[in-house]
Design a binder for this molecule. Structure first.
Ligand code: F0G
Length: 450
């Protein structure tokens, strides 16, 4: 019986993004021991791009678990790890979809979405978690932990369970959708709902990891970022290595935009592509730390905010990876934009009406794109990819409230939401009668014809 290959990868170094120090030891909080900044993994440029592209393609017909993972298929650009240590749920390999209606609404000829919600636990977090959770197992940790707005905790709990580790989840009480909370419970996490926000959970977790040998799985963990890079690599492969003009991504703690940017920059540096897409980051108006940081300081100093948005996944006021994200914006020539609660809700229903759907935080991409087209930053003929980060079923309560028309009842957005009715498709309660159903059908048919 042939043995699965031991994972051979390129020499990778941990380097501080602030002072460039190469770290030989990692602190529990993944920060540089000299200046306190975040670390990242750097690779030596030893790639023959054409050979590796062919190898990656070849692996798509392989039956090995590592090759069937849409993350580990690209392992030449991941930190080295022995194959038997890898915890995989066959993450990645997510589809690219056309969004013809949304393209028309945004004023573009063509629009594409890469749906990271089609991962095993329903969000992009799985692509990073397979790498970082595997490192935790390799290092023999018994406990892993994260603070989360919901998706990280769902993903971490699943990968910890698969890797036979215990997991600790800290989430803001009452601010995580039930879909995500129920995942953490089912996958067996110890789930603590703290009476604070995400940023408060992060503060408590930082103290916990100082006092207990618990492995931190938030996106300050550079191994998470490496796994999340593969979304961009896979996207380029799906586009036959022709980069789009624009990639648009939601911004919360800013790990994902940093990861995608790192991937595109590496792909260019290592000769896989010859041009970079502009990466633009969209935030909710009520959680707009990066937007303010860029507009008020050109990225020099973080402006934290008290976050409030119904797009609970990105309800974050003090994003940990802001410096990495600023670097990506500057290096790719992307921009930042913010969108209102009503704009998010409308965009979400529009993505749904293209037969795709996503969770609220993902819909900021379309809402932001509309603004970028109006401003002329994105031109009608340019190619644009939206990164949809989470599945529609992650937050059914938001969707039901929207279609019933009571999402904004009693909030400051009630008046602005008045014109959403054309997108609202509330369920219709009827007697069990074919006549009544046919009447509704005719009414709907007349509506769509007119
Ligand atoms: N979209 C979704 C669906 C998310 O869950 C998150 C973050 C983001 C976008 C923003 O990504 O933080 O890398 O900028 N969710 C984290 C969590 C914070 O705990 O699940 P980011």
């Amino acid at each position: 019986m042939p043995q699965p290959p031991t994972h051979v990868s390129t020499p990778a170094q941990l380097r501080c993004i602030g002072c460039d120090l190469v770290a030989d030891r990692i602190a529990a909080d993944f920060r540089c021991s000299t200046c306190g900044d975040l670390l990242e993994i750097a690779y030596a440029n030893v790639f023959d791009a054409n050979k590796i592209k062919a190898l990656w393609l070849d692996r798509r017909t392989s039956q090995l678990p590592l090759d069937q993972s849409g993350v580990w298929r690209f392992r030449e650009l991941l930190p080295p790890l022995a194959a038997e240590q890898v915890i995989t749920l066959r993450e990645g390999s997510t589809p690219l979809y056309d969004l013809p209606r949304c393209a028309g609404i945004a004023g573009l000829r063509h629009l594409t979405a890469k749906h990271q919600g089609m991962n095993p636990t329903g969000s992009f977090k799985d692509t990073g978690m397979t790498v970082a959770a595997s490192v935790a197992r390799q290092q023999s940790f018994r406990w892993v932990a994260c603070a989360s707005t919901g998706n990280t905790s769902a993903s971490m709990a699943a990968y910890a369970a698969r890797g036979q580790m215990r997991s600790l989840v800290l989430i803001p009480a009452g601010k995580v959708s039930w879909g995500k909370l129920s995942q953490a419970l089912d996958y067996g996490a110890v789930t603590c709902q703290l009476r604070t926000d995400f940023d408060g959970c992060m503060r408590v977790l930082n103290e916990v990891i100082r006092r207990m040998p618990v492995y931190l799985l938030n996106s300050v963990n550079p191994y998470r970022i490496e796994g999340q890079k593969t979304c961009a690599i896979e996207l380029l492969e799906q586009l036959d290595w022709r980069p789009p003009d624009h990639v648009i991504v939601p911004g919360g703690n800013l790990g994902n935009s940093s990861a995608l940017g790192k991937a595109f920059l590496e792909m260019k540096e290592f000769g896989f592509i010859s041009a970079l897409p502009r990466i633009s980051i969209i935030q909710a108006e009520g959680a707009n730390a990066l937007v303010r940081t860029m507009r008020e300081t050109n990225g020099a100093k973080l402006i934290s905010v008290n976050a409030e948005t119904a797009a609970s996944a990105i309800r974050i006021g003090n994003p940990a990876s802001w410096k990495k994200a600023v670097r990506v914006l500057h290096a790719t020539g992307g921009t930042v934009e913010q969108v209102s609660e009503v704009e998010i809700a409308l965009a979400k229903a529009e993505i749904g009406a293209d037969g795709i759907g996503c969770e609220p935080a993902s819909a900021v991409t379309l809402a932001g794109l509309k603004k970028l087209v109006k401003q002329g930053f994105v031109k009608p003929g340019e190619s644009v990819v939206l990164i949809l980060t989470g599945h529609l079923l992650k937050d059914p309560e938001f969707t039901l409230k929207f279609h019933r028309g009571d999402l904004f009842t009693g909030t400051a957005h009630e008046k602005a939401a008045a014109n959403l009715s054309t997108q609202q498709r509330a369920p219709i309660v009827l007697d069990a009668s074919a006549d009544q159903v046919l009447k509704e059908l005719e009414k709907a048919d007349r509506g769509s014809a007119g």
